[in-house]
Design a protein around this ligand. Structure first.
Ligand code: ADP
Length: 249
C-alpha cells in the first residue's frame, strides 16, 4: 500500500509534520472527581479519575505515597472486528506503562496509603490510542485537582513508505502521528509521553525498525507534537475553569 506520494502527501492529505484533528473537553462526567472526553482523528476516548481515596485491599497500600492505577480498556465495539471484552495482554501493558508515566508527575507522597484510579475507556480506536488515552487521563487528573508537577502529554511519530529491495530497507519518511493504515502498513511507530515544561520523557516505546538518525528525527517530531497537544489540553481546562476564575476576580 502506497502511504505517501512523491510530494510528501499522506493518505489523508496530511504533511509529514501534521497531526490528526484533536478535540478535548474537560469535566464531562458528573460522578467522577475529574474527567475528559478526547477525539484524536478517529479515536474517541473517555478518561475518569477517582481519588485519592483509601487503597483497598489494604495490602495494596504504600505507607509513604499514593499508588496510581491507570486502567486502559478498549470497548468491544471500538474496532472493526468485535474485540473480546475484558483485559488482555496488550491492555495490561498499556495500563502499566500509563500508570508509571502518570506516577512520575503526580505528587504521590502527599497521599500515603491512598489510591488514585484512572479509567481510560477507548470507545473508537484508530491507531494511537495509548497516546490519546494518556493525554485524556492527564486532563482528567488536572480536572480532579490532583497535584502534579506538570500536565503530561503523549504523541507518536513513526516511519512509513520504506521498501525492501534485495533484502535491504530503502527510503521511507519519518512522519508525525500515524493513522490506521500507516500504523498497519508502516515501518515503525514511536509513542512517547513527556512532561512538557521540562521535556522529561515519561514513556517511550517503539514498534518496528528505525536507524539511529531516524530515531532522533522521530523523537524530535513526537516532542513537537506533544507541545501542540499540550496547548490543547490547557485550552480545554481553561474552557471549563475560566468562567469560575472570572467570577472570583
Ligand atoms: P495504539 O492504539 O496505542 O497505537 P497498538 O499499536 O497496539 O496501540 O494498536 C494500534 C491499533 O490497532 C489500535 O489503535 C486499534 O485501532 C487496533 N487494534 C488494537 N487492538 C485491536 C484488537 N484487539 N482488535 C482489532 N484492532 C485492534
Amino acid at each position: 500500500m502506497k502511504l505517501i506520494d512523491e510530494e510528501g502527501r499522506r493518505l489523508d492529505g496530511r504533511r509529514f509534520d501534521e497531526l490528526r484533528k484533536i478535540k478535548i473537553e474537560a469535566g464531562v462526567l458528573h460522578r467522577a472527581e475529574g474527567s475528559c472526553y478526547l477525539e484524536w482523528g478517529g479515536n474517541k476516548v473517555v478518561a475518569a479519575v477517582y481519588g485519592p481515596r483509601e487503597a483497598v485491599p489494604r495490602h495494596t497500600q504504600d505507607p509513604v505515597k499514593a499508588v496510581v492505577n491507570a486502567r486502559y480498556n478498549m470497548a468491544a465495539f471500538s474496532v472493526d472486528d468485535r474485540k473480546k471484552p475484558g483485559p488482555d495482554r496488550r491492555s495490561r501493558e498499556i495500563s502499566k506503562v500509563t500508570s508509571e508515566a502518570l506516577e512520575r508527575v503526580i505528587i504521590t507522597d502527599l497521599f500515603p496509603r491512598a489510591s488514585i484510579d484512572v479509567n481510560i475507556e477507548i470507545l473508537d480506536a484508530e491507531a494511537g490510542t495509548r497516546c490519546a488515552g494518556l493525554t485524556a487521563a492527564a486532563v482528567a487528573l488536572a480536572d480532579a485537582g490532583i497535584p502534579m508537577r506538570d500536565i503530561p502529554v503523549a504523541c507518536a511519530a513513526g516511519k512509513i513508505g520504506a521498501e525492501v529491495v534485495d533484502g535491504e530497507v530503502k527510503g521511507g519518511y519519518v512522519v508525525l502521528d500515524l493513522g490506521k493504515d500507516e500504523d498497519n502498513y508502516g515501518n515503525a511507530d514511536l509513542p512517547i509521553a513527556i512532561a512538557p515544561r521540562t521535556d522529561e520523557i515519561l514513556l517511550l516505546q517503539m514498534d518496528g525498525h528505525l536507524t539511529y538518525e531516524e530515531f532522533e528525527q522521530a523523537l524530535d517530531l513526537a516532542m513537537k507534537g506533544c507541545h501542540i497537544v499540550s496547548k490543547l489540553q490547557r485550552e480545554a481546562l481553561l474552557n471549563k475553569y475560566r468562567p469560575d476564575l472570572e467570577e472570583n476576580l
